[in-house]
Design a protein around this ligand. Structure first.
Ligand SMILES: Cc1cc2nc3c(=O)[nH]c(=O)nc-3n(C[C@H](O)[C@H](O)[C@H](O)COP(=O)(O)OP(=O)(O)OC[C@H]3O[C@@H](n4cnc5c(N)ncnc54)[C@H](O)[C@@H]3O)c2cc1C
Length: 467
């Protein structure tokens, strides 16, 4: 293994708004990871792990350093369909996982809005799903993991063995060590379908009240928020709330759990390849076009209705249009997600959404969820709600957008909120310190010294927030 221009490559974040040249290595086992650490040390370079590179920000970027691409460590090592226990290498994607477990009547307990993410990346960010209020984050379903530290030590962690590392490496953004295998408990399901209820909400107050009031009666809940309309309509949108089917509610569960009833079709109407659809979306990705799209979507969602949908279609809607993020054009896109206590969310988001409209920098997509707190060290969740906002970046708006998102940070902090390190790219070290608090930061720094005394593991995000 050696450093050469052959493995020097330009990497990007998911939204294509950031770029970082790095030496890319693709280990196939833990020993090869160790070799990469040795090589990096020899050349005084830092190392960052990368799963599928699906983070919206700089979490998996390392300008000028080494990129440890774990996508080739992608084997499902053990699968017990009786107990629903699975052990995987870190590069296994959620797509591989659900396709392995679903036909036997299981589903990953927590999934992201895309199935392309890897388990290593999901643990490092400690992802949440549309059921965060009920099932917590993915870390709560990890039974055991093994990890390699930059010191060369291999450790095994469970909620009771090396518990401090268990609760900090999960959520630790790959800054303490590299996951090499992950054992997780799956969730038993009795049908391949979910029953989904769709209902409109007419303003922000109704939107957030419905999420809070309805969540306890459902397994999943998620809201779409029309970010292009202000005034009395500010916060209007549509809620989707879904439940598992039980017993005889699905007359044919063996069939609905078959993969061919779950897999998203590659063509629209059986003809049009979805892989080029993003090119046709481009002309609409501007303030006027997206205003039109949001208006049409809202008008189409005014009727309450109930329907059945496969798990894959419900969870991975965004995967329906491959490369959709490229429709934002050359500047890419930024996602800003804030987590707010239920008591302060409405006022804070009213202020942020109004500000973005006033500045002529509307978000094009808004998604809301209901959350509960967790005990992982760099946790992003709260007893409250989150709002994720997608912004198109251009050469002209980049500086203005960045300063507006920093103003958003101030509003979130004043409202007692938190940020998510897999999404926001504009949060400063000062704002991160303010939301994490001194005690958490000093714990994290002590663990960092213990696991990585030479500071080998560093990403662009680490340098932005922690150094
Ligand atoms: C369309 C879309 C929808 C999304 N929806 C959600 C959602 O609903 N909920 C949610 O919580 N998130 C969501 N995300 C964010 C995404 O789940 C996280 O960013 C996740 O970390 C990406 O996984 P990845 O494998 O691509 O990791 P990467 O982006 O490659 O890396 C993420 C972090 O994990 C670290 N890492 C990767 N592998 C390892 C390893 N083996 N050991 C240690 N550290 C490692 C990296 O260093 C980095 O810090 C979404 C992202 C997209 C693009």
């Amino acid at each position: 293994m050696s450093l050469s221009f052959n493995n020097f490559t330009q990497l990007e974040n998911f939204g294509h708004s950031l770029r970082a040249p790095s030496y890319r290595f693709q280990p196939k086992c833990a020993q090869e990871i160790e070799e990469v650490f040795r090589l990096a040390r020899k050349h005084e370079l830092t190392v960052t792990a990368r799963g599928a590179g699906r983070s919206y920000n700089d979490a998996a970027l390392n300008g000028g350093g080494v990129m440890l691409d774990l996508s080739a460590m992608n084997h499902i090592l053990e699968w017990d369909p009786t107990a629903g226990l699975v052990r995987c290498e870190p590069g296994v994607t959620l797509e591989q996982l659900w396709q392995c477990v679903e036909p036997a009547g299981w589903w990953p307990p927590v999934v992201s809005g895309t199935m392309r993410t890897t388990l290593g990346g999901c643990l490092a960010a400690n992802i949440h799903g549309k059921n965060n209020f009920k099932m917590g984050t993915i870390g709560e379903h990890v039974v055991e993991f093994t990890a390699l530290l930059p010191t060369g030590a291999e450790i095994t962690c469970t909620p009771t063995k090396n518990a401090d590392l268990f609760y900090s490496m999960i959520s630790g953004l790959g800054m303490l060590g590299i996951f090499t295998s992950i054992r997780m408990q799956m969730k038993h399901i009795e049908s391949g379908l979910l029953e989904v209820h769709a209902f409109p909400v007419h303003d922000l107050h109704e939107h957030l009240s419905f999420l809070l009031e309805y969540a306890p009666s459902y397994d999943y809940i998620v809201g779409w928020l029309d970010t292009t309309h202000g005034g009395k309509s500010l916060g209007r949108g549509q809620i989707h709330a879904a439940n598992y089917l039980h017993g005889k509610e699905d007359p044919n569960p063996q069939q609905t759990m078959q993969l061919n009833n779950q897999i998203l079709p590659p063509r629209i109407f059986g003809v049009f390849p979805k892989s080029i659809l993003y090119l046709f979306m481009r002309p609409f990705v501007n303030n006027l076009g997206w205003w039109g799209v949001n208006t049409a979507k809202y008008l189409a969602s005014l009727r309450r209705h109930t329907f059945r949908q496969s798990h894959a279609a419900f969870h991975f809607l965004l995967d329906y249009v491959p490369n959709w993020e490229r429709s934002a054009g050359r500047g890419g896109l930024i996602q800003y997600q804030s987590f707010l206590p239920k008591e302060t969310a409405e006022d804070a988001w009213r202020e942020m959404l109004t500000l973005s409209l006033k500045r002529g920098l509307p978000s094009y997509l808004g998604v809301t969820k209901r959350h509960r707190p967790d005990q992982f060290l760099l946790s992003h969740t709260v007893d409250g709600l989150s709002l994720a906002l997608d912004f198109k970046v251009t050469e002209r708006n980049r500086t203005k957008l960045s300063s507006m998102l920093q103003e958003f940070d101030e509003i979130v902090l004043q409202a007692g909120g938190r940020f998510y390190f897999a999404k926001n790219s504009e949060t400063s070290a000062e704002h991160a310190r303010a939301f994490l608090g001194e005690e958490t930061l000093s714990k994290f720094k002590k663990l960092k010294k213990r696991c990585d005394p030479d500071g080998v593991l560093e990403s662009d995000l680490y340098r932005r927030l922690f150094r």
